[in-house]
Write a protein that binds this ligand. Structure first.
Ligand code: SF4
Length: 417
């Protein structure tokens, strides 16, 4: 029996699960299930626990290993579960030594389950050359940065992933080239705090520098996409590439979190409402057809109706197309969890209103696309995505192909071509 890796959470975990699968089988482990967990909300942690119990019922002989951000921040909680055989740290999971140690522990039925090192002591990223994704999906993620030096008051991520560190540019270019040669049509650069890329590298290259290097040294790459960024930290080079290179997809996802300045201060964010609005206007001047998305939290502690209203109307003020709504979830150990909380019914209602605003914004953008011709990356037989990341319903086609298609209509959630 092989190794099965179950991935929760973000694109970073998706990339890391490819490395885990390779390292765990390389260590000679078998009949083992690895839960690559997420800690961003209480719900995410609960889902990992439920999966562990279900898996042990379904596969009583299998070894269960838990890793990822929830394992890093709540190792003992997982180790206390009878179903769990090993808890491996979030940096340790990327090292073959951790999997060899797990194999050795299983061989002697060692009592000690926890193998989690101090994530705050990690200063470097072990570059991993992944030459393909088991998923075989046409769009794949390349991790270029990990950890975060900021300490937003609602966020548990720095405690799960440590401080910011970057993959050297040369290793990133090699990684992208290997995946393009393997036939992956679109590369998404991913990290925890992408705009802090390079601050720890010699010469402190910026995200814009990295993007330019990739496009210069991998001419075969047709579509480069950037995952979530902190708009206030976007560098001049990045803006230049956005303006000047068609191969960088006209789509940005912004970590905005709120539209109210007092709440942004209480979140310890680095931007104010007007910065977000100005940034969106600036990138739209540079790339008029750009599609913008954002993360917004509903019901952050002390958020009043007026403050929430300012988040709601930010959708229009910034001309957003995609909205990821996060109902506030108090994470143990974060400063926001100790602030006066908003009633959960109000959090739910506000999240609902934000989602409705997001759906209306998407419909508006879909409507404006009718009659336009777009380059659509075919993701599956029934679905593709334009350069702007807009979903397109297609009859049947070959995943991985990029087709130039005329948009003929939409069904409220997807374009029709
Ligand atoms: S920037 Fe803030 S929200 Fe983002 S990972 Fe860092 S601490 Fe968390």
């Amino acid at each position: 029996m092989s190794i099965e890796v179950i991935t929760f959470g973000c694109r970073l975990n998706a990339f890391e699960s490819e490395v885990i699968a390779r390292e765990a089988s390389g260590a000679g482990l078998s009949d083992t299930v690895v839960i690559n967990s997420c800690a961003v909300t209480n719900e995410a942690v609960a889902q990992a626990r439920q999966s562990i119990r279900r898996l042990k019922r379904e596969r009583p002989a299998a070894r269960i290993v838990v890793t990822g951000c929830a394992a890093q921040t709540q190792a003992k909680m997982f180790a206390d579960m009878g179903e769990v055989d090993r808890v491996i740290g979030n940096d340790d999971k990327m090292r073959s030594s951790a999997w060899r140690a797990a194999r050795a522990a299983f061989d002697v039925e060692a009592a000690e389950k926890i193998a989690v090192s101090d994530i705050m002591a990690v200063t470097e990223m072990a570059p991993h050359l992944v030459d393909g994704f088991q998923s075989g999906l046409p769009r794949v993620f390349v991790q270029v940065q990990n950890g975060c030096d900021h300490r937003c008051t609602f966020c548990i991520i720095p405690f799960g992933r440590g401080n910011s560190r970057s993959v050297p540019m040369g290793a990133v270019v090699d990684q992208v080239r290997a995946l393009v040669e393997r036939g992956h049509a679109e590369i998404v650069l991913t990290g925890v705090d992408l705009t802090s890329y390079g601050a720890d590298l010699p010469g402190a290259p910026k995200l814009g520098t990295l993007t330019r290097q990739i496009l210069r040294h991998v001419p075969e790459l047709r579509r480069l996409r950037i995952s979530s960024i902190d708009s206030i930290e976007a560098d001049a080079d990045l803006l230049d590439v956005i303006a000047g290179d068609e191969r960088l997809m006209p789509h940005l996802h912004l970590s905005l979190q709120s539209g109210d300045d007092l709440i942004l201060k209480r979140m310890k964010r680095r931007h104010l409402r007007q910065h977000a609005i100005d940034f969106c206007a600036q990138v739209r001047r540079l790339r008029p057809d750009i599609a913008l998305g954002a993360d917004i939290i509903a019901g952050f502690p002390t958020e009043t109706d007026e403050a929430f209203k300012r988040s709601e109307d930010l959708v229009e003020q910034c001309g957003l197309t995609f909205l990821h709504v996060f109902p506030y979830s108090p994470r143990p150990g974060t400063p926001a969890a100790r602030m006066p909380q908003v009633a959960s019914s109000l959090i739910k209602e506000r999240a609902k209103r934000l989602r409705a605003a997001g759906e209306a914004a998407l419909r508006q953008r879909l409507g404006s696309e009718i009659g336009k011709t777009r380059d659509v990356l075919i993701e599956s037989e029934k679905l593709g995505r334009t350069e702007h990341y807009l979903p397109v319903a297609i009859s049947s086609d070959t995943p991985g192909k990029v087709r130039r298609l005329a948009m003929t209509g939409h069904d409220g959630a997807r374009l029709l071509a």
